[in-house]
Design a protein around this ligand. Structure first.
Ligand code: ADP
Length: 305
């Protein structure tokens, strides 16, 4: 029996919208697993089903060997869930929120404090501040502390870093890797591709179905095409011109540059000359490493066809 998370052929529709369409993957016990996908991909719907707050239309899911439908009561005591939207009581203080969540599970804050100590440390200076008056990063730390206070075996974190500043995002991921030492199975969703590489394995989701599951390194390595970075003085024109250029299979915006997916007959030198002749300046084209984001773009395009 898998003591982590098993998701088998889960389907869920809201009226005509198919939010989940035969989702399958599993997470090993103690694994830090990421669910990566754009807005509307179905991440929150899957989390709500796992958190026993929503029934699937069909399919099966279990965590710690317990069925999310049949064993929902027992399961609720074994999981910690941090929903996408801030779920704490804004008009309770930091301390009161923590005590409230502990009491819901019949535990004392003291008993499990060791688990949350590294996270809660940063909130300890203002135990009497109302949760509603905390900064985004602090709210996130309090929500994580509350989700952990009953020492769950599985932690479900739905887009915990959305809308949080870069420093708090990075601190949050440090906290997650620390939690792994306690053997907690963690499923975390994000739409930030750069966070994918912080997970042991990830599942890419789009339009309610899973595009790929593997370690971030293996997924990035699975791109066989040759990629190039491209930049010039007029990036929009560069994109338009490259998309019409011989040997360019795909071209898309990638951070501050463009990524070119090259055909076999692509030549960076002749492409640079051609673009210069067309009036573009400061044209640079040089080899790029494939990333998870490149794979995601490729798989999403295949998915549309
Ligand atoms: P994500 O968390 O990846 O942004 P969601 O699970 O929230 O994705 O949404 C998946 C799809 O289901 C979207 O098309 C969304 O508009 C739709 N959806 C989500 N919740 C509801 C709802 N309560 N009623 C109708 N449609 C919904």
């Amino acid at each position: 029996m898998n003591e982590g998370i098993v998701i088998s052929d889960i389907t869920k529709s809201y009226g005509k919208t198919k939010a989940l369409d035969g989702v399958c993957f599993s997470v090993e016990e103690g694994e830090l697993f990421g669910l990566i996908g754009p807005d509307g991909a179905g991440k929150s719907t899957l989390f709500k089903i796992l958190a026993t707050l929503l029934l699937p239309d069909s399919g099966y899911a279990s965590m710690t060997g317990l069925d999310v439908v049949k064993d929902y009561r027992k399961l609720r005591t074994e999981i910690g869930y941090m929903p996408e939207k801030f779920s704490l009581y804004q008009d309770l203080t930091v301390k009161e929120n923590l005590e409230f969540f502990a009491s819901l599970f019949g535990v004392s804050v003291k008993t499990n404090f060791d688990l949350i100590a590294p996270i809660y440390k940063q909130l300890e200076q203002f135990p009497n501040r109302l949760a509603g008056n905390l900064s985004g990063g602090m709210k996130q730390k309090l929500a994580l502390s509350c989700a952990l206070i009953h020492r769950p075996k599985v932690l479900l974190l739905d887009e915990p870093t959305t809308g949080v500043d870069a420093v708090s995002r990075s601190e949050f991921w440090d906290m997650l890797s620390n939690l792994r030492k306690h053997g907690i199975t963690i499923l975390v969703s994000t739409s930030y591709m750069d966070e994918a590489k912080l997970c042991e394995r990830i599942a890419m989701i789009n339009n309610g179905h899973i595009l790929a599951v593997n370690s971030p390194e293996k997924l990035a390595d699975s791109i066989e095409e040759t990629l190039y970075n491209a930049s010039a003085n007029d990036m929009f024109r560069l994109l338009t011109e490259l998309r019409k250029t011989q040997g360019v299979k795909e071209c898309y915006t990638f951070g501050a540059t463009l990524h070119i997916v090259a055909e076999k007959d692509f030549s960076s030198e002749s492409t640079i000359q051609l673009l210069q002749k067309k009036g573009l300046k400061d044209v640079k084209i040089y080899p790029a490493y494939a990333t998870i984001e490149d794979l995601f773009i490729k798989l999403m395009q295949n998915d549309r066809q």
